[in-house]
Design a binder for this molecule. Structure first.
Ligand code: CTP
Length: 134
């Protein structure tokens, strides 16, 4: 008899101007465990990370992500440095990140498994914004 997977998966991101690359990442993350928790970057964190405020506010992005079938819970990620605390607080077993972050969170290996997933090619929030601008 196969053992039931009861693991909690956690991932983080801004998920602004929601697109199919975001959806695929979240669906693949969910398929690795029993529940998926998503840390959605605050507007302020996005500004410090990317030098611009998101198109959709943090409360709108939280509303969109939490409504997805593959997402079980959401919270606001206020600081990149707090990843260790968030993972422990949420009792997560697996941290999933897109491979744009490859190697960057390997120091968290002592508290959870780290998986970097391939990004969906040829789409990003930045590119969508550029396309709409043109
Ligand atoms: N992601 C992905 N494939 C894409 C775009 C994003 O798998 N084509 C993943 C990222 O690797 C990350 C998550 O989705 O794990 C959230 O990414 P985010 O930075 O919010 O989205 P981007 O589209 O990369 O945004 P930006 O262009 O602002 O950097």
């Amino acid at each position: 008899m196969s053992k039931k997977n009861t693991e909690t998966v956690i991932t983080f991101g801004t998920f602004d101007v929601f697109h199919v690359g975001h959806l695929r990442l979240l669906m693949r993350a969910k398929s690795m465990g029993a529940q998926l928790i998503v840390g959605v970057s605050t507007d302020q964190l996005n500004y410090s990370k990317k030098g611009r405020y998101p198109v959709y506010s943090e409360s709108e992005r939280l509303e969109i992500i939490s409504a997805l079938k593959c997402v079980d819970a959401v919270f606001l990620e206020e600081s990149l440095e707090k990843k260790r605390n968030y993972i422990l607080e949420q009792n997560a077993h697996i941290l999933v990140m897109g491979d744009d972050w490859k190697g960057k969170f390997d120091d968290l290996k002592d508290i959870c498994k780290i998986v970097y997933l391939d990004r969906t090619p040829a789409i990003s929030t930045t590119e969508v914004i550029e396309k709409i601008r043109l």
